[in-house]
Design a protein around this ligand. Structure first.
Ligand code: IVH
Length: 730
């Protein structure tokens, strides 16, 4: 045999054995589950290809696990098995096929399943005698476990049992159940804060923390950790009075007063129903909202006496188990929420508030079903506190929709090649010198392109002016064309000549321009809190913006000057919750800034209303439902040149009918009324391909509301320039 294979084989055995030790004994793994699974799969593959190589030391040859020193060893009659894993619908269907095959041999044609949460903690066996908790045993190596009785006794929900009287009558001698010791997410946070203060390594997740805590030798320390336990399996029971089998009877361990956690009571009669439930994002979401970590679901075959006369325990006996797992259950694993990866490079990002943020570029890794290659390092204090270095291996975590974040460094994986991460001397975007103020580093160049981009992206974002159609790449294009030097410049896009120019640029199709213009128009009448949130006032978030808007509404502000007056008024500001002197000064500095003044004036010129309206507008108007009709589905129109009746009147009538007037036709305009002798505006409208109504009779047909206005005038006029009053307004 090839020596490189034997070498690799031995290397894998050594590595996996070492990782088992770190996982089971130290509760401090240094590689992720995925990396471990990869190593294990490689080892298995070599053994399958070269069966003669198999060593009795190979981790494939025994139940994985190790026994910690310092605890009494307890030998089990039966090994504590593990679970087979599944990751998708196909895996679950194959499981169902295997179950079906075995059951058919016993003439059982139907199958029922339950779905339980898969607790991500530490497996324990609990022994009760006469309803009293007498022993707690960890999994250990499967056959021999550690006696952690004193430690599990600190978990108050486990002792003692309170079974219903019908069970008490049978007087059980002993009851063996299996459960999972867990640490609540909220407790981990507090524990890690304490550990970091004491200069100890924080636990990278609740499972390691639960495991590390249960294996503490001092039970008083364990009690302080506040562990929890959930029970999910009845292993065995012995009765003094008769040979009554509890397993045949018990459907719910909660009946005994044992702590359980149920996700659903549903009995699934087909694997397709199970799949629909497991893959439903709501299922995962529901678990993520709990204070405990779950890494998947467990699908179990259960009996249905009515349907096929079989009890759960008889079905489990029929299906049996392998050396590793029972054949009546399978785990459906959620995509991992934690992974280890390496920092390949650190970029420095310039934020909209001048702050320089270090961002780690990571070796791409799968996390919660998405590929992650970047994570923020927040600020240089965070880098220092966590002692993060370039080329370090780190733990990254992501739950739900949350952005991935680094939880800690895996120092054991350092090679000496790591480098310090320090703030740059010059802005990576504009090369201005970087200045340090307290814990942050800043680029103070008001024209820094990176800053402008961030400001624009913030201004258009959903919780601000909500202008759809403008993303990173469009912003970059606009900036490269020198069309965008501040957020106020966005409104330049309303100019027809700019639109004609834009159409020539990549990414600016008709639809895109229409979308942007619609968003820009809508932004002008957005509630004040969105404007306050969007213009980049330091220290403002959605909540404070809403509070401020409400207060400004009480002051009935009607324009920008009135708004600035109050937002720079010390008394007014300090009276608002969440605003202290520091924030108050930052507001004054902001509004005194020349660039800011220019930007705000630009917004006013574009038609933005700095006006506090009724609370419907200023309050929680995030939901579409509370927006007034006109902004819900704005239908814009424009009018040019002369008509048999005054344009002012036409405008009024159409606005009453729910349309909105704009002075200059742009892409978001639905139609343009073109009167006699129209000029430049008509040319623009035609160029933009807008719907044009230039025949007065047709206009009256389409907009019958105008007829009422028209009659008295029409009698005395002809359709001609000389007979119609010219309105200065247009
Ligand atoms: S039943 C005989 N049900 O997950 C094995 N196990 O990754 C029966 N686990 O070793 C296990 N939640 O410690 C079962 N609802 C649940 C579970 C569960 C978590 C653990 C168990 C197992 C591990 C496999």
């Amino acid at each position: 045999m090839n020596t490189s294979i034997t070498e690799r084989y031995q290397q894998l055995i050594d590595e996996i054995t070492e990782h088992n030790r770190r996982y089971y004994l130290d509760s401090h793994p240094i590689i992720s589950d995925q990396e471990y699974d990869q190593l294990f799969a490689e080892l298995k593959h070599i053994e399958e290809e070269h069966p003669r190589i198999i060593s009795e030391n190979s981790p494939t040859q025994s139940l994985v696990g190790q026994i910690a020193e310092g605890f009494e060893k307890v030998a089990r009659q039966q090994p504590l098995l593990s679970l087979e894993n599944s990751y998708d619908a196909g895996d679950l269907r194959s499981f169902d096929d295997r179950v079906k095959k075995v059951l058919l041999k016993h003439d059982i044609t139907s199958r029922n399943y339950t779905v339980e949460p898969k607790f991500d903690g530490l497996s324990v066996e609990l022994v009760y005698e006469d309803w009293e908790l007498v022993q707690g045993i960890t999994r250990g190596d499967g056959l021999v476990g550690e006696d952690v009785t004193q430690n599990v006794k600190t978990i108050r929900s486990l002792l003692p049992l309170t079974p219903p009287s019908s069970y008490v009558a049978h007087y059980p001698r002993s009851l063996h159940v299996r459960g999972e010791v867990m640490l609540a997410k909220s407790k981990l946070q507090a524990l890690n804060q304490e550990r970091e203060k004491a200069g100890l390594e924080p636990f990278s997740n609740t499972r390691n923390a639960a495991s590390g805590s249960l294996k503490l030798l001092d039970s008083r320390e364990v009690a302080k950790r506040g562990l929890s336990c959930f029970v999910y399996e009845l292993l065995s029971s012995t009765f003094g009075t008769d040979s009554w089998d509890l397993k045949e009877e018990v459907t719910d361990l909660a009946d005994f007063g044992l702590p359980t956690f149920k996700l659903t009571d549903q009995l699934f009669s087909s694997i397709e129903e199970v799949i629909a439930f497991c893959l439903n994002p709501e299922t995962k979401k529901k678990l993520e909202q709990q204070d405990f970590d779950f890494d998947g679901l467990v699908v179990k075959v259960v009996g249905n006496a009515e349907e096929n006369g079989a009890s759960t325990s008889s079905l489990h006996d029929i299906l049996g188990h392998t050396n590793h797992h029972p054949r009546w259950a399978i785990a459906y694993k959620f995509p991992a929420q934690q992974a280890s990866t390496q920092i390949l490079r650190v970029d420095f990002q310039v934020g909209r508030s001048w702050i320089i943020t270090p961002v780690a570029n990571l070796r791409p890794v799968q996390l919660s079903g998405a590929e992650i290659s970047r994570a923020s390092l927040h600020n240089f204090d965070f880098v220092k506190e966590k002692d993060i270095k370039l080329h370090d291996w780190v733990w990254v975590q992501r739950s739900g929709e949350v952005i991935p974040y680094i939880t800690g460094v895996i120092k054991e994986r350092r090679t000496g090649e790591e480098d310090l991460i320090s703030a740059p001397l010059f802005c990576p975007s504009c090369q201005w010198p970087i200045v340090q103020e307290e814990m942050h580093y800043y680029c103070r160049n008001p024209h820094c392109p990176a800053q402008i981009k961030e400001k624009v992206l913030h201004f258009v974002s959903r919780n601000c002016l909500d202008i759809s159609g403008i993303g990173e790449s469009i912003t970059e294009i606009l900036m490269s064309q020198k069309l965008l030097q501040g957020i106020e410049d966005l409104y330049r896009l309303e100019r027809p000549e700019v639109q004609i120019y834009l159409k020539k640029l990549p990414g600016f199709g008709e639809k895109k321009i229409f979308e942007i213009l619609q968003g820009l128009e809508k932004s002008k009448t957005q509630p004040l809190w969105r404007i306050l949130n969007g213009i980049g006032i330091p220290n403002i978030g959605t909540k404070l913006a809403k509070d401020l808007a409400q207060r400004l509404e009480e002051k009935k502000i009607k324009n920008l000057n009135e708004m600035i007056f109050w937002l720079t008024n010390e008394e007014f500001l300090l009276d608002i919750e969440g605003i202290g002197e520091k924030i108050q000064t930052s507001f004054s500095d902001f509004f005194a800034n020349e660039e800011v003044k220019k930007m705000l004036e630009g917004l006013v010129r574009a038609g933005m209303k700095f006006e506090a309206r009724s609370s419907v507008w200023n309050g929680d108007s995030l939901s579409e439902g509370s927006l007034p009709e006109t902004t819900k589905a704005s239908r814009y129109f424009s009018i040019t040149w002369t008509f048999p009746i005054s344009r002012e009147k036409i405008k009024e009538a159409l606005e009453k009918a729910g349309f909105q007037w704009v002075a200059t036709p742009h892409k978001a305009v639905e139609f343009v009324l073109v009167g006699h002798d129209a000029g430049k505006k008509e040319t623009i409208a035609r160029e933009l391909g807008l719907k044009i109504y230039d025949d007065w009779d047709e206009i009256l047909r389409v907009f019958p509301d105008l007829k009422a206005l028209e009659l008295p005038l029409r009698a005395s006029t002809t359709h001609g320039k000389e007979n119609v009053q010219q309105q200065s307004l247009f």
